[in-house]
Design a protein around this ligand. Structure first.
Ligand SMILES: [Zn+2]
Length: 471
């Protein structure tokens, strides 16, 4: 071989080698305003109507798109009580059409803000909002995808134990009120704060704030995706739309990481089905409207900063992977006795007799009859598992109990695992079988609708998916 040709061959080989070594990771992030423009709108999440006439602070769809040259995936957080698979699938289809991404590589989770807007078509403002929401969520993915650039990622967790409380309690003897079915549960949700009533909490909390940090090629902060197992905070101005502490976190976090105006911070909901921000048994001083939201958001941002400090060097060679499975679950059916009792409760006409019923008796009687008459035997739900380097992310479309999140984190084959609730849908509460035995609000038929071992089935499936991604 002539020397020149040899030199050229060597050069070509070196180039090929360099290409194989070139870090392929790219990332893009965006935040799209999805605040409603037409009012009034009902803010869903309670047992009675809660009308909003304006917005206190904006709602957003925030997207992070990652691409390693082989896999392109999106992590999206939307300010909503819990978007269903119907609306989310519409948004995913729009985003897929514009970006060429696959809808099963998109994880869209709701924050579970109880002061966000509805997603139905029961009024003209609501129908207008549903359209705005679908287009806004799609746009967030499209914009993040268009912003893809060379990037590096890191993940870590740091605890913030002071703002999470298990809300299910054993009570002192004789203090348990009748449940809506006229029976006694073993534990009660939100039992108040009186030491005369409270015995002990019926479960743990998950204190960790887990983060994914994304930097561009020049180590400039690009995005931060956080996760905390806290239901929501509340205590805002009445009659106004608000993104709760999730929105406030996104506003505060750029200052912690010195992110510029293009930086996108987002806080997702973890496994908070039995966790809230009420310090049971301890007196908290009164707060002005929105003050507690600000306090929790600032502490969460500080904690995310401490987690960020643990990351060290971000990696531009992190491998991505994603799995989605569709799991078919049986709907719970009430027994004949339960249905008969429910029909009796609903047949009552005498106001005095209705007054004597346990709290919410007629609401849950309607749920029992609806569950008995439901034509479908099963429901199929989507679960997802994602790998981002050494971090695993699980997506569960329920208000998942903290026990399930802690269990997945403990048994995951990855050093760091994040579990996102209300991901890709909202199919009610997901208590563990042990909690079904204890009863309480989250286990009542209507609040929970699927077979009682669902958390076990989903955990087994997710661990299988994580094992596949680890290989
Ligand atoms: Zn909830």
């Amino acid at each position: 071989m002539k020397p020149l040709r040899l030199a050229l061959c060597t050069l070509l080989l070196l180039q090929l080698f360099a290409q194989a070594q070139t870090p392929a990771l790219r990332a893009g992030a965006s935040a799209v305003d999805i605040t409603p423009k037409v009012f009034p709108l009902n803010m869903p999440g309670g047992f009675s109507a809660n009308l909003a006439q304006s917005a206190h602070d904006p709602l957003h769809a925030r997207a992070l798109v990652l691409d390693d040259g082989t896999t392109t995936l999106a992590l999206v957080v939307v300010d909503n009580l819990g978007a269903g698979p119907d609306v989310l699938d519409e948004a995913k289809a729009l985003a897929a059409k514009a970006t060429g991404m696959s809808p099963d590589r998109m994880l869209i989770s709701s924050t579970h803000s109880h002061s966000a807007a509805p997603l139905n078509t029961r009024s003209e403002p609501a129908a207008a909002y549903r359209k705005l929401f679908v287009e806004g969520v799609a746009e967030s993915i499209i914009k993040a995808h268009a912003a893809l650039r060379p990037a590096a990622v890191g993940a870590a967790a740091h605890p913030l134990p002071d703002e999470v409380f298990n809300r299910r309690w054993y009570l002192k003897p004789g203090k348990m009120p009748l449940n809506p079915f006229g029976r006694l549960d073993t534990v009660k949700m939100n039992p108040g704060t009186s030491p005369d009533v409270l015995d002990r909490p019926a479960g743990p909390t998950d204190p960790d704030i887990t983060i994914i940090s994304v930097q561009d090629a020049k180590r400039k902060p690009l995005a931060l995706f956080a996760n905390y197992s806290l239901h929501y905070v509340g205590g805002m101005v009445g009659g106004q739309i608000s993104a709760d502490y999730f929105g406030e976190f996104a506003r505060v976090i750029p200052s912690r990481l010195r992110g510029d105006e293009n930086f996108v911070g987002m806080m997702s909901n973890g496994t908070s089905g039995d966790i809230n921000n009420i310090p049971f048994g301890v007196a908290r001083p009164p707060r002005a409207p929105f003050e507690q939201i600000r306090i929790v958001a600032q502490k969460a941002a500080d904690t995310a900063w401490f987690a960020h400090q643990k990351i060290g060097a971000h990696r531009n060679d992190a491998r991505l992977g994603m799995r989605q499975r569709e799991i078919t679950l049986r709907y719970r059916r009430p027994g004949a006795q339960d249905v008969a009792e429910a029909r009796t409760v609903l047949a009552l006409k005498d106001p005095a007799a209705i007054e004597r019923l346990p709290r919410l008796a007629q609401n849950y009687a309607r749920s029992v009859v609806a569950a008995a008459e439901r034509p479908e035997e099963t429901i199929t739900v989507k679960i997802q598992a994602i790998r981002i380097g050494d971090l695993a992310v699980c997506g569960i479309p329920f208000e998942t109990f903290v026990e399930t999140g802690l269990d997945l984190k403990k048994r995951s084959p990855f050093p760091q695992t994040m579990v996102i609730g209300l991901a890709n849908g909202r199919h009610g509460y997901l208590p563990t079988p042990e909690h079904h035995q204890l009863g309480g609000y989250e286990t009542w038929l209507g609040t929970n609708t699927v077979q009682e071992d669902t958390s076990v089935i989903l955990t087994t499936q997710l661990l299988e998916m994580l094992a596949e991604l680890r290989n």
